[in-house]
Design a protein around this ligand. Structure first.
Ligand SMILES: CC(C)(COP(=O)(O)OP(=O)(O)OC[C@H]1O[C@@H](n2cnc3c(N)ncnc32)[C@H](O)[C@@H]1O)[C@@H](O)C(=O)NCCC(=O)NCCS
Ligand SMILES: Nc1ncnc2c1ncn2[C@@H]1O[C@H](COP(=O)(O)OP(=O)(O)OP(=O)(O)O)[C@@H](O)[C@H]1O
Length: 211
């Protein structure tokens, strides 16, 4: 088994790359998905968020209005820190449970821990590799504005709330450049998967077929 962290900037292409890695056979632990699950109505995190941010961040059905909450926290570092303090420990705990379960089911698995804030949170220490999905900031901004249908100001606030992507690239052990065509990124992802797979299940030393 091998556990590699995967990160990048907002809209740099983490989900896109994880899709390619999943198709290749990797097991993905998706922190964004877990972060959505741990704040569902009825959870302790939901209650904490409601009591700190108040009713204005709720939709009529009682669920969290994510667009509204995003507008608040990406423009107010103190509120962002508060939300992070409520959500992150739960996300990390759930991620660890998921990894434990995969380790039991599939001891040779290539596990990808997809965490946008991996480096900001200092989670890279125990990981075999840190994969950074990289695009230059200008392209990141363009893709983010297009995907989320938001203006430059809102997009830049989101980008600025994270560690600069150039810094993430410097800290990576593996960089996947996603500034070209999807097919190019897919080929890079496949090559990375093969490299990780070899590390996850090294060939048996006495096996002549692997010489
Ligand atoms: C602010 C929220 C409500 C916005 O929700 P929305 O559905 O619009 O975005 P989504 O959750 O899909 O996140 C999109 C991207 O935004 C970036 N992002 C999300 N939260 C944060 C944060 N706290 N700090 C910096 N960047 C963030 C990441 O790159 C992420 O991939 C939501 O992101 C949230 O609850 N964030 C706090 C939890 C968190 O940090 N999640 C990231 C993984 S641990
Ligand atoms: N190589 C590419 N060429 C063109 N568009 C791309 C490419 N890779 C990703 N995209 C598009 O860019 C946008 C961002 O990609 P994606 O959602 O995978 O990023 P992300 O890093 O997972 O985002 P987030 O941080 O918000 O979770 C999407 O609309 C996606 O379709």
């Amino acid at each position: 088994m091998i556990i590699a962290g995967l990160t990048g900037g907002i809209a740099s292409g983490k989900s896109t790359v994880c899709g390619f890695l999943r198709d290749a056979g990797a097991r993905i632990v998706d922190a964004d998905k877990i972060a959505r699950a741990v704040v569902r109505q009825g959870t302790p995190a939901y209650d904490e968020i409601c009591s700190y941010f108040g009713g204005t961040i709720l939709q009529p059905d009682g669920g969290i209005d994510r667009e509204r909450l995003g507008d608040i926290i990406f423009n107010d570092p103190e509120k962002k820190a508060r939300l992070d303090a409520i959500v992150h420990p739960r996300v990390f705990e759930q991620s660890a449970h998921m990894i434990d379960r995969i380790a039991v089911q599939a001891p040779d698995a290539v596990i990808i821990l997809d965490v946008p804030l991996l480096l900001e949170a200092g989670m890279e220490k125990d990981l075999a590799e840190v994969i950074v999905v990289y695009v230059p900031e200008t392209l990141q901004l363009k893709r983010l504005m297009k995907r989320d249908g938001i203006g430059e100001k809102a997009a830049m606030a989101r980008i600025r709330s994270q560690m600069p992507i150039e810094e993430k690239r410097r800290r990576a052990t593996i960089v996947i450049d996603n500034s070209g065509a999807m097919e190019t990124t897919q080929r890079s992802a496949l090559a990375v998967f093969k490299r990780l797979q070899k590390k996850a299940a090294p060939p048996f030393a006495g096996d002549p077929t692997t010489a």
